[in-house]
Design a protein. Sequence first.
Length: 70
Amino acid sequence: MALPDPTIDLDWSGYVGPIHEHFKNNAEKHPERTCVVETKSSEGPERTFTYKQIFEASNTLAHYLHDAGG
């Protein structure tokens, strides 16, 4: 079995750029749009989160990890 050439562009579905850049662009263009829906469970109700909320939370986590040396 041959391993894929790590130097070639895989062109997965024509996807261009890193996911975090696409997410950042969506958060800037559409901050109040729904980004994540947590389905209702026996422990809690359905919750929705906007792009702005997820972007802010992910940046808080990233800064914490950076400052902690993670």
